[in-house]
Design a protein around this ligand. Structure first.
Ligand SMILES: NC(=O)C1=CN([C@@H]2O[C@H](COP(=O)(O)OP(=O)(O)OC[C@H]3O[C@@H](n4cnc5c(N)ncnc54)[C@H](OP(=O)(O)O)[C@@H]3O)[C@@H](O)[C@H]2O)C=CC1
Ligand SMILES: O=C(O)CCC(=O)C(=O)O
Length: 428
């Protein structure tokens, strides 16, 4: 547990989960903030937390209750922004950390948002489509009081998608008596969604991964890629690296671990996952029974793109790769960060690496407000520029101050957030 913090009374201080990692990351930036550090405590406390009961009638007539959350971590730079996760292990402390990482990410890439995140503690695979829709609509109504195009704008995250965003948009619109397309992003194109949003996070991972490769003199042609999580982020990133000439040699999801030193066909695997729900039983690779083996496979670029807390002090020492590009939020604990740094592994942190999604969400929100839509080429070009600029400024700070890219990103982001806080002042 990180020391010296006032732990909020609503958290069990023995089990802070990823919030402990986030607090430690914030502590590491403190010495670099000069006089702004007197505001740093602001970032150790979420601005607003809403915990809601989400009751629905199941198809068999029974009533089920799910626990839902929406956390607005910081809104100094603009409305809250961040996805909604459906997962059986979602907890308040997890959503708090995901919201906090959104504040840092949005400031790192300089989109005009604060940070927020939401979630429901549910395994959506156990629900029918009708039950999923009823749960989504009830959850949206429950958090209706704090979301809105100028207040807090949800988006997809693990196990949520364009259809879920369409239901959220429709429910919010019904509750407010107007069609409010700008209340969520990641919507279907026909409802004001943006071209390029579906692939945006994976594309951003690819853009900054390529930048990092260039910095260390790694040629992408033939580079060995290992990916944990083959969903929206990991699957698309793998496909783009393959299209650039790299080889996807290892893939892991909940259903299995695949290894193929000659390269797994990412297109075929994406199609297989879409059809079967997981990488298991894909024929173009060897299946490894021991899931921990995944971390020991030698690669050039490792992309954790599943959940937080995957690279820890337990397995960081086993990792033999040159670059870790964090597609997931919070996949690496601070202790593991130190181990990787000592072994000379470059870590491109989540708050830079996976910011492509929220960047195109920002484009979507802007397009919705102006009701004027851009071409996919325009979107991808603007995305690439923002990702390249963010990578370059974080790289520069990391070189100048001899700190990790994570601490460098936190220096850039916390400076922006705390300057905004200072300029706005404290009193109404
Ligand atoms: N979608 C987005 O735009 C953004 C997402 N992210 C982050 O990227 C990560 C992945 O999100 P996304 O791709 O959208 O989610 P998806 O639901 O599309 O995919 C998640 C993937 O992770 C796998 N997975 C989950 N748990 C484990 C585990 N314990 N071990 C191995 N694999 C696992 C899933 O496999 P299985 O289905 O078998 O469980 C699935 O392949 C998350 O951390 C998310 O917060 C970050 C920025 C934006
Ligand atoms: O697109 C968005 O608004 C947020 C995506 C998200 O949840 C994330 O970046 O982790």
């Amino acid at each position: 547990m990180a020391s010296g913090h006032a732990i909020p009374s609503y958290l069990n201080s023995e089990d802070l989960g990823p919030w402990a990692s986030y607090l430690e990351q914030i502590d590491r930036v403190a010495p670099h903030l000069g006089s702004l550090s007197r505001w740093l405590e602001t970032l150790k406390r979420p601005k607003r937390i809403l915990v809601v009961d989400v009751p629905i009638e199941l198809d068999n007539g029974a009533i089920a209750h799910f626990e839902g959350y929406r956390v607005q971590h910081n809104v100094s730079r603009g409305p809250g922004k961040g996805g909604v996760r459906y997962h059986q292990d979602v907890t308040l402390s997890e959503v708090m950390s995901l919201a906090a990482w959104m504040s840092i990410k949005n400031a790192t890439v300089n989109v005009p948002y604060g940070g927020a995140k939401g979630g429901i503690r549910v395994d959506p695979r156990t629900l029918s489509r009708g039950e999923l829709e009823r749960m989504t609509r009830r959850y949206t109504s429950e958090i209706n009081v704090i979301i809105g195009p100028n207040k807090d704008i949800p988006a997809p995250d693990v196990n949520t998608n364009e259809q879920v965003m369409a239901w959220m948009m429709d429910t919010y619109s019904m509750n407010t008596g107007q069609t409010a397309t700008g209340v969520v992003t990641g919507k279907p194109i026909t409802l004001g969604g943006s071209l390029g949003r579906r692939d945006a996070t994976g594309r951003g991972v690819f853009v900054v991964g390529s930048q990092a490769a260039e910095k260390i003199g790694l040629d992408l042609k033939g580079a060995r890629i290992a990916v944990q999580g083959f969903g929206n982020v990991g699957g698309i990133a793998a496909r783009l690296f393959q299209e650039a000439g790299a080889k996807v040699i290892a893939v892991q999801d909940h259903t299995g671990t695949l290894y193929q030193p000659g390269g797994i066909d990412a297109h075929a695997l994406l199609e297989h996952v879409q059809r079967t729900g997981g990488v298991k039983s894909f024929e173009g690779a060897e299946a490894l029974d021991d899931h921990d083996q995944f971390w020991k496979i030698e690669s050039d670029i490792l992309i954790p793109a599943a959940l937080e807390g995957q690279i820890t002090e337990r397995n960081a020492g086993d990792i033999r790769t040159r670059i870790v590009v964090e597609g997931a939020n919070g996949p690496t604990t601070p202790k593991a960060d130190d181990i990787l740094r000592e072994s000379g592994t470059l870590v491109v942190p989540d708050v830079v690496a996976n910011a492509g999604g929220v960047t195109v969400s920002y484009f979507e929100w802007v397009q919705d407000f102006s009701s004027f839509f851009w071409s996919e080429e325009e979107i991808n070009a603007r995305l690439e520029r923002i990702m390249r600029d963010a990578f370059a400024s974080v790289w520069q700070v990391s070189q100048e101050k001899s700190v990790s890219m994570r601490t460098a990103a936190y220096i850039v982001a916390c400076t922006r957030i705390l300057q905004a806080r200072e300029l706005r002042g404290l009193y109404p």
